[in-house]
Design a protein around this ligand. Structure first.
Ligand SMILES: NC(=O)c1ccc[n+]([C@@H]2O[C@H](COP(=O)([O-])OP(=O)(O)OC[C@H]3O[C@@H](n4cnc5c(N)ncnc54)[C@H](O)[C@@H]3O)[C@@H](O)[C@H]2O)c1
Ligand SMILES: O=c1ccn([C@@H]2O[C@H](COP(=O)(O)OP(=O)(O)O[C@H]3O[C@H](CO)[C@H](O)[C@H](O)[C@H]3O)[C@@H](O)[C@H]2O)c(=O)[nH]1
Length: 330
């Protein structure tokens, strides 16, 4: 596969590389022969999640990159962000400062030091409530939550910087990321994501899971999401690095094109774990769209991306192995 043999090893900064997705991408980049420096403030990440083989610098993405990029890097993969929909509705200032201001400072540092490539973690939340499903990249962007609005603002800034300053940029709009990559998985002090919360019930660390709303216009009334395996997602980053073109900002949706309701996810977790997983219906969570499913044809056609772990059961099984393993008791 193209991701195993890069045309040439690159020297890269990974912001947020101590987090869930950034740590898995760092592992894949190292496996592919690239040199990686992780910058992370450990606000939601863990130093022990940074794969050995990467250099780790603790600190703010913009602050550290400002000096670090003087060492001449081939590119930045920018994962560092605040990324919780509910929190973004309650505390918007933290999201505008933490996401938009930080990213602008990072872009300015890249420009100042002539760093040529950027791969940015954008999100399905930029689209808001879609008019059509699955969602193509050409769909209107009308985010329903502050988190999505900040990511969209950064996407716009990247487009301008690419056009004006020749940056080779790719934004990857992830849908719902799930699963684990061996010892690297989702591990947040305050967990809000559905699959890890459900698995915490199965692991006996939580009594029940709440279903946020069963009055959505879907077959079983619960919200539908498109889940993508974190390893497949990481592979797309390697391809994005290879395909980024100077002066262009390309945007790609990353999902499997299949939607699963909250109830279906819980049911799959019951099947995988053999645990009854009690679930109770609670009010909707502010800012949540009813259905988010990706059309990822552009990534398949232009990047040659091909997800190899598209089955929800595989994602839940890998996440369950992770939760039962070394990090299960945390
Ligand atoms: N998890 C998903 O389903 C999903 C979906 C779409 C997009 N994303 C995006 O992917 C990226 C990674 O998400 P994740 O799920 O791995 O989250 P995460 O919280 O596990 O990882 C984020 C990492 O960034 C670090 N960080 C945050 N702000 C920082 C700053 N200012 N300077 C330095 N480090 C900082 C955190 O300590 C953490 O290690 C985010 O940009 C998120 O918006 C995630
Ligand atoms: O205890 C819970 C947790 C979640 N949900 C529901 O499960 C679905 C998935 O929720 P998650 O919190 O797991 O994920 P989100 O869809 O809110 O958000 C994720 O995917 C988005 C894109 O789709 C963003 O990119 C964001 O970064 C990322 O957190 C939502 O309908 C949510 O309301 C519940 O019913 N109960």
């Amino acid at each position: 596969m193209a991701t195993d043999k890069p045309s040439k090893p690159l020297k890269l900064v990974v912001t947020g590389g101590a987090g869930y997705i950034g740590s898995v991408c760092t592992a894949r980049l190292l496996e592919a022969g690239h040199e990686v420096v992780v910058v992370d403030d450990l606000s939601t990440g863990h130093a022990d999640a940074v794969p050995s083989g990467a250099r780790f610098v603790e600190g703010d993405a913009a602050e550290v990159a400002g000096t670090l990029l003087a060492e001449r890097f081939d590119g930045v993969l920018h994962f560092a962000a605040k990324s919780l929909v509910g929190e973004s509705m309650q505390d918007p200032g933290t999201y505008w400062r933490g996401n938009v201001v930080t990213s602008l400072r990072l872009l300015d540092a890249m420009r100042a030091h002539g760093t040529p490539r950027l791969v940015f973690s954008s999100t399905a939340a930029t689209y808001g409530e879609p008019e059509q499903t699955p969602i193509p990249e050409t769909a209107p962007t009308r985010p329903t939550n502050t988190y999505g609005a900040t990511k969209l603002a950064i996407d716009h800034a990247i487009t301008s910087y690419a056009r004006a300053h020749g940056l080779a940029a790719v934004s990857l709009r992830y849908f719902n990321v799930a699963g684990a990559h061996g010892e690297l998985g989702e591990r947040h002090a305050t967990e809000t994501h559905l699959i890890p919360l459900v698995l915490q019930v199965a692991a006996g660390r939580r009594e029940q899971v709440q279903i946020y709303g069963d009055d959505y216009p879907t077959d079983d009334g619960t919200a539908i999401r498109d889940y993508i395996h974190v390893t497949d997602l990481a592979d797309a980053h390697l391809l994005a690095l290879e395909h980024a073109q100077p002066g262009h900002h390309r945007i790609y949706n990353l999902g499997n094109g299949a939607g699963f309701s909250v109830r279906q996810v819980i049911e799959t977790c019951r099947e995988v774990t053999g645990h009854p997983i009690p679930a109770v219906v609670a009010p909707r969570r502010a800012g949540d769209p009813a259905v988010l499913v990706a059309a990822s044809d552009r990534a398949r056609e232009e990047l040659g991306w091909k997800p190899e772990r598209a089955d929800l059961r595989t994602m839940v099984s890998d996440a369950w192995e992770f939760h039962r393993g070394r990090h299960g008791a945390r």
